[in-house]
Write a protein that binds this ligand. Structure first.
Ligand code: COI
Length: 371
């Protein structure tokens, strides 16, 4: 059941709140929140939990947002043993603040940690840390259209040790950032460059984990996308260089003229997106046939050429539902849906955000009250 504004959950109460002695003045905070660009402005506090192999998880606290003390020999700086999550706090019309399916993020965080040989954070600590932080920084949750408080939980190997083995110390931290739309142009169709020379992840690799290394691997191809005048890169599978996998930080959906919607199936190298799974449910409820299966790039290109593919969109916590208006790669450059936002994309985006912002009843029990 959701918590109410007055009852702090036991999981959040386990966090010792040590308020900053230098909170930002109201006027300064409001100025920063007036048009928040994604990931550039941070709140007054952060939540933390420390882990050691001997003591387990301990020292749950909310403290001043600030630099982390890290030895230059910390394992994360050398071997990239790190995982993260992304979720949002949404302000509803009555002033309450809610988040979306945080249990799913908590479970994925555990799965990512397992893959990176990091300790698994208990679900209660994941939920408690978010609630405790958002309560401390509730004034930072924006209320404008398309705005939210982006929450970034992460964990890194903090042991001072250069041997290559799993760290015996880890630090879990949550930071928060008031945000507007992920893409600087606002909510409008984006252009995609399909990478045919680079892959994001391979069979047996870390593609299904949300770890920094996957995103690091996407940056050079992302630069190639920029060089081609595109905003995002789309990866193909490493084994055959044939099937769509995902974008640099988003899942991808293809809408067919028949009304069917297809998305690459979870093959072990695709991130199991919370937005992806929610969209599958919402599309089904709207009467669409939805299919998770391998999607050949060739099928997509043929479909765009002959009209059997009518829309393509990307989705993720940060990107929500983002229409794709152009798909380019070596030897092709195609306009999608006339470069506009298609009807299916638009409808599922509205349905999802209406739930997230409390504009429609949450019949799935997806929303979790924080404040
Ligand atoms: C998210 O959608 O929350 C992500 O983590 C994707 C990106 C911002 C890295």
């Amino acid at each position: 059941m959701s918590t109410t504004a007055t009852d702090l959950s036991p999981a959040a109460a386990a966090f010792d709140v040590r308020p900053t002695d230098v909170p930002l003045a109201d006027a300064e905070r409001e100025a920063l929140m007036a048009s928040p660009t994604f990931g550039t402005v941070f709140t007054d506090h952060m939540a933390r939990v420390t882990w050691t192999a001997d003591a387990g998880w301990h020292d749950r606290r909310v403290e001043k947002h600030g630099p982390l003390l890290l030895s230059p020999a910390s394992a994360v700086l050398h071997y990239g043993q790190e995982v993260f999550e992304g979720l949002k706090g949404y302000r509803h019309a009555d002033g309450s603040v809610w988040t979306f399916r945080p249990q799913a993020n908590a479970a994925r965080f555990q799965a990512s940690a397992r893959r990176l040989a990091l300790p698994e954070l208990p679900v209660e600590d994941f939920l408690g840390s978010i609630e405790a932080l958002v309560r401390a920084d509730r004034a930072w949750v924006p209320s404008g259209e398309e705005t939210s408080l982006y929450l970034r939980p992460f964990m890194y190997a903090s042991e001072t040790f250069l041997g290559v083995r799993p760290s015996r110390e880890a630090e879990y931290v949550v930071i928060a950032s008031p945000v507007g739309p992920y893409f600087s142009g606002g909510v409008k169709p984006v252009s995609i460059w399909v990478a045919q020379d680079y892959h994001r992840a391979g069979p047996g690799g870390t593609g299904a984990a949300k770890c920094g290394g996957n995103y690091a691997a996407s940056l050079l191809p992302q630069q190639a996308a920029y060089a081609q005048g595109c905003e995002q890169v789309c990866f193909l599978d490493a084994a055959t260089n044939t099937f769509l996998e995902e974008l640099g930080g988003m899942n991808v959906f293809v809408v067919l003229a028949s009304g069917e919607v297809v998305t690459p199936g979870l093959n072990g190298s695709i991130l199991e997106g919370v937005t992806r799974s929610s969209i599958l449910t919402l599309l089904q409820e709207a009467g669409h046939a939805v299919t998770e299966r391998p999607v050949p790039l060739a099928e997509l290109l043929d479909g765009l050429a002959d009209g059997t593919v009518t829309e393509v969109f990307a989705c993720g916590t940060a990107a929500v539902v983002t229409p794709i208006g152009r798909l380019a790669g070596d030897g092709f450059d195609l306009t999608v849906a006339g470069g506009a936002t298609g009807a299916v994309t638009s409808a599922v985006r509205t349905r999802l955000t209406d739930i997230q912002y409390g504009r429609t009843p949450d019949s799935h029990g997806w929303m979790h009250r924080l404040v």
